[in-house]
Design a protein around this ligand. Structure first.
Ligand code: UDP
Length: 337
């Protein structure tokens, strides 16, 4: 198959490009470098031996989408391109609705014009809100509490409406839990711009000496050690989940929403301890107040992905941490400009 990856040079997109190539598919990456760097393309070539087919363009740009869809025959698209920081979404909602929602509509319209109707959508477990009905199943009630979460839920609903209107549209929305880790080569990984909003990249930057200490956002949650519990999943497991999803769409068309997680919860303190052990460096921490909008615990019921896609996560926490540490210690400042 040839698959279009919007957001293809981003953290999850780049790892998915490798997984697709490893599975024998061809990829075209489409990205505006708003949250990634051109160096990713060199690293992908180094890892795969393949020079990636690449378009530098914005997913809201209909003419650019038409160009790529005219020039290649695609079997489907995986739509990653979207901004993804909760705090920024509260400060800049229009940026989120333009790029997250209008960008998705622009992509789907362009796909329709070119008769490409298989799409895997990059959704998030954030659509479950603060639900404490664990493990989270796909039919749990959704609740979104910030513009970022709303963009994800709105796009799922747009895709459901589209499938309803025309069953030739085949859709799988993948709800990611907490993607972490990096390719074991240490050549690609997560490279957030500015202060990392997420735990693992922040922890990695503390470990490498870029930041003095990790702020633990609350140790008084109703969890075994009082810190927040999440379902961390290796980005390569996540990437392989996308390969399973696009392959599934070819054989079993329809509309589905599927969790990608491990099914295991890990606390902030457990993650810090794993990092200290694997990296062999102490991580200074400081407990501060809870972060607004955070819930105590979230982990997936991952059985639907196993049942429908034949996919389960295989990489454990130590492997996630070891791969993050290799990436971060080899690239302390992230990708070169
Ligand atoms: N967290 C923390 N310090 C940080 C960033 C995150 O203690 O600098 C905690 C956060 O409260 C949550 C967990 O780490 O319990 C995972 O947070 P992250 O932002 O990575 O993911 P999300 O909240 O979206 O699940």
């Amino acid at each position: 198959m040839r698959i279009l990856l919007t957001g293809g040079t981003g953290y999850i997109g780049s790892h998915t490009a490798i997984a697709l190539i490893d599975a024998g598919h061809e990829v075209t990456l489409f990205d505006n470098f708003s949250n990634s760097k051109p160096a990713v393309l060199d690293r992908l070539r180094e890892i795969t031996g393949v020079t990636m087919d690449f378009y530098e363009a914005d997913v809201t740009d209909a003419a650019a989408l038409d160009r790529v869809l005219n020039e290649r025959a695609f079997d489907g698209a995986i739509h990653f391109a979207a901004p993804k920081a909760v705090g920024e979404s509260i400060a800049r909602p229009l940026h989120y609705y333009k790029n997250g929602v209008a960008g998705t509509v622009a992509l789907l319209q362009a796909m329709e014009r070119h008769d490409v109707r298989n799409v895997v959508y990059s959704s998030s477990a954030t659509v479950y809100g603060m639900s404490d009905d664990l493990p989270l199943q796909e039919d749990a009630p959704t609740e979104v509490i910030n513009p970022y979460g709303r963009t994800k839920l709105m796009c799922e609903e747009i895709l459901a409406d589209l499938h309803q209107s025309d069953p030739r549209w085949n859709v799988i929305a993948l709800r990611y839990f907490n993607p972490v880790g990096a390719h074991p080569s240490g050549l690609i990984g997560e490279d957030p711009q500015g202060v990392p909003a997420n735990l693992m990249p922040f922890l990695a930057q503390v470990a490498v000496g870029r930041r003095p200490s990790l702020h633990i956002f609350g140790d008084d949650y109703p969890t075994p050690d009082g810190t927040g519990v999440r379902d961390y999943i290796h980005v390569l497991d996540l990437a392989e989940g996308h390969v399973a999803a696009v392959e599934h769409l070819q054989q079993s068309p329809g509309f589905d929403v599927i969790n990608l997680g491990t099914g295991n919860g890990v606390s902030v303190l457990e993650l810090v301890a794993a990092f200290e052990q694997v990296a062999g460096v102490p991580i200074p921490t400081e407990v501060v107040g809870r972060r607004p909008g955070d819930g105590p615990a979230s982990w997936a019921d991952a059985s639907k992905a196993a049942r429908i896609l034949g996919w389960t996560a295989t990489r454990d926490l130590d492997e996630m941490v070891a791969d993050v540490w290799r990436w971060q210690s080899h690239n302390p400042d992230g990708y070169p400009d």
